[in-house]
Design a protein around this ligand. Structure first.
Ligand SMILES: [Zn+2]
Length: 114
């Protein structure tokens, strides 16, 4: 479960930035998860429940937003969103496309109490 190591990184990052902002508590953490990232939301929830006690994020709400993959067509330059299975360019039907977004996982924002 690589979600545990991802969540460890998330908690480290939010805790550092919460302390820099003199927060006494983190109330919400918002993550963005690319549909191609292989990150399972349920596993992230589980990791959060397991790892957050004792940190500033204990009891915080974890919100995850899934973003669609996006590719660029190498034939015509079109950029388009698609699902996990369909990669063909909607403009020219080319299958020569390059994934430019959708594998990422990052912290979008967080809410704190001071
Ligand atoms: Zn194209």
């Amino acid at each position: 479960m690589h979600e545990f190591s991802l969540m460890t990184g998330v908690l480290d990052a939010v805790e550092i930035s919460a302390r820099e902002n003199n927060a006494s508590k983190i109330t919400e953490v918002k993550l963005v998860i690319g549909a191609m990232s292989e990150v399972l939301e349920e596993a992230m929830d589980f990791a959060f429940e397991a790892l957050s006690p004792g940190t500033l994020a204990e009891g915080a709400r974890l919100t995850m937003t899934k973003v669609s993959p996006k590719s660029r067509c190498l034939a015509c330059g079109e950029e388009f969103e698609h699902d996990r299975l369909h990669f063909a360019c909607p403009r020219c039907d080319s299958l020569a496309t390059q994934l430019i977004a959708g594998k990422e996982m990052y912290i979008e924002s967080m809410e704190i109490e001071t």
